[in-house]
Design a protein around this ligand. Sequence first.
Ligand code: FES
Length: 418
Amino acid sequence: MFSTSFIITLIGIALCAIALLSVVSWAGQSLISLSGTRQAHDDSTRTMRTAIRNRSEPKQAASEIGAWNGYRDFIVAKIVRECIHTTSLYLAPEDGKPIPGFKPGQHITLRFQLEGKSKPLVRCYSLSCGPGKAYYRVSVRHVEDRGGDKGPGVVSNIINTKSKVGDRIPIKAPSGHFFLDEESSDVVVLLAGGIGVTPMVSMLDRLIQTQSQRSVVLIHGSRNGNEQQFKEWLRECSSKYPNVHVVSCYSQPLPSDVQGVDYQAEGFVTLDLLKALLPSPQCQFYLCGPPPFMDSLYNGLGEWGVEESRINFEQFGPSTIKKSSAGHSEVHDEPDPVTFCESDEIALWSSSFNSILEMAEANDVEIESGCRAGSCGTCETAIAAGKVRYTTGEEVNCNPGCCLPCIAVPDGPLELEA
Ligand code: FES
């Protein structure tokens, strides 16, 4: 005779096996489907690309009508709770005039003036909708407020708990180098960890808007169904558009989460999962998520043989990927003096700082910052004398005679207008 606990264990093992088989079966179908779709749509995709190009010309011209420099006042027009810890703000221009389009994946820079504080806080958030609407939308995860008045939780706390329709927020125009390549006909693979899904939602929205026939695979890692952003919308896209495949991975599903309905795979987003789902590494990959997610997938894709030019990723603050490849400069460790002219402060550079911005903050020198990863231009500072080097090893987009202290280190004695 078997004991009751033994029988329960056997039932548990059987259920797990059934769940795994359903994922494998789903993956197999998708793999066949993706391969077939890719071949079958080669011609139509070329046609679609031409169509998109033709359509985009008047849109781009129109987008310039609403362009602006610096900050422009926007009003919170609508607030939507996307999951237990994420809130979307729909932002419309206060002047009621047109707003420019943007490339799906780009971000906007928002300025928050806190009561009783002389200096505003600046934050960059990816746009979480496609272009061509009368508003911009950002979706912000509520992160723990770690105290102080500048910490990472301060603004997300305001947005998630205090924002009201009618609030005024000054905003810089959309920018950023992370965006969808709309000219490519390759399979689009959008890899998102948690709130990193926001730029992917923008890209997917755009692909749907333009009726693209490219195969799109969006893989979203979340803890469970309560914490997955845009769950219903993603599910709707997956069922409505044959070329869109959404795979939700829950690392800790709730008892109420149903595999095959709420999520497709249990666990984290891994390279093995990608290999099982995708027809080949010849896809265009877009990554955005927390550091472990970014590091493991970026390096995993490299090991799989994905060319670097096919991997696009969003670098924001601590999520910056540590590339193992050449070109990642080492931090300069000479004790060069750095002079902050306007603050009348001179300090010796130390390799304990990752950037001049960090050094400035440690010396109470105020430099406005947003993304802290060289994307938004908020920290741009004029160089009075000397040179800087960039830690990213990539091209930097800033005005002549200026630098981006968030990703720069001194290259010899340096004087900054800060
Ligand atoms: S803070 Fe965004 S570029 Fe430096």
